[in-house]
Design a protein around this ligand. Structure first.
Ligand code: MRU
Length: 329
């Protein structure tokens, strides 16, 4: 897979040789973005299965349980990680032979990768109708091809609108501190010849005040049944500003990103190394001894969200009730 920590300066593909390398790649943001993390973890389990020397079914399942725990401990917020690992393990259980388990897990991982692309295209189709020719769209973080098996969720909607012949301009926030906007989203959009401009995170309010932005669209790491959306740190403040300026704020997410069990208090917000904040490149810019917080995600409440674009359609408030209807469609 592409090593996203090297983008945009180097487009390097790396090969993970075992599930531990897969886990490290997820932890270190070599691969990131909720759906991409999920699919990658599924392939991690496939590697663990294929490389297991177990002769019996119970030994193999024990090896898989260890790999499962290592992979699931890599990042806490994106639910696709847990969803993907659980789905693969569920398929593996109840199989009759070691070979059957190994084949089933690999087939399931491959199926998930394929499915993810189809789902993103469906999200793109459902969401593109919301945009008109000439619109200027703001996005935060990277919810594109890089964050999924391919095509993207939020950027998939933009891609589809372009395929439909709409000329869109995209305004991308830097997305401090890891700069997924500056490094990844601009790279991806520029690569695909989609009109893109970068702004500092701090310019969001000003650009909205100037009436430059027509819509905001972002991805999600987890959506609760109440419509609370967990996404990259900064999403909440973009949503507040969009609300004040009466700009529609959309979330694009597959149903694999929905969490029907937990409440806002249950969700763990990942805290990452302060090195991401105190340094620019290798240079420290913050005095030693200063306390630093580095939460990687925040929660946007449903009242700030205009709609959630899924593969089954666009959810409108009240999200709880409409989600039930959509899910059973
Ligand atoms: O820390 P990251 O880069 O994994 O965070 C990614 C995001 O917050 C994305 O917006 C989200 O995962 C949706 S990706 C389709």
């Amino acid at each position: 897979m592409i090593d996203q920590t090297r983008l945009p300066n180097k487009l390097v593909y790396i090969r993970c040789r075992d599930y531990k390398e897969v886990a490290n790649a997820i932890k270190n943001l070599v691969v990131r973005g909720a759906p991409a993390i999920g699919v990658t973890a599924a392939f991690g389990l496939a590697l663990a299965a294929i490389q297991s020397n177990s002769k019996t079914l119970s030994e193999l399942m024990a090896d898989l349980d260890i790999a499962f725990k290592v992979l699931q401990s890599t990042r806490p917020t994106a639910i696709n990680l847990f969803w993907a690992l659980t789905r693969v393990m569920k398929k593996a259980r109840g199989k009759k032979s070691v070979d059957e388990v190994k084949n089933t897990i690999l087939d399931e991982a491959l199926k998930m990768a394929k499915e993810d692309i189809e789902i993103n295209k469906q999200i793109g189709m459902n969401g593109a109708k919301l945009f008109e020719d000439g619109d200027v769209i703001m996005t935060h973080c990277n919810a594109g091809s890089l964050a999924t098996a391919a095509y993207g969720t939020a950027l998939g909607v933009i891609r589809r609108a372009k395929e439909d012949g709409k000329r869109l301009s995209v305004i991308v926030t830097e997305t401090r501190p890891v700069m997924q906007g500056s490094r990844l989203t601009t790279f991806e959009l520029h690569h695909d010849d989609i009109d893109v401009s970068l702004i500092p995170d701090t310019a969001v309010g000003y650009m909205m005040f100037k009436k430059v932005i027509k819509h905001v669209i972002v991805g999600a790491d987890r959506v609760l049944r109440t419509g609370h959306v967990f996404n990259k740190i900064g999403t909440y403040q973009v949503a507040i500003m969009a609300n004040i300026h009466k700009i529609p704020f959309y979330v694009a997410a597959p149903l694999s990103t929905f969490d029907f069990e937990n409440t806002p208090e249950d969700v763990v917000i990942e805290e990452r190394s302060i090195d991401e904040v105190i340094k620019i490149g290798r240079k420290r810019i913050v005095p030693k001894g200063v306390r630093v917080f580095n939460p990687a995600f925040d929660m946007t409440p449903p009242e700030l969200i205009t709609g959630i674009i899924t593969e089954k359609g666009v959810l409108k408030p009240p999200f709880g009730k409409n989600l039930e209807l959509l899910y059973n469609k």
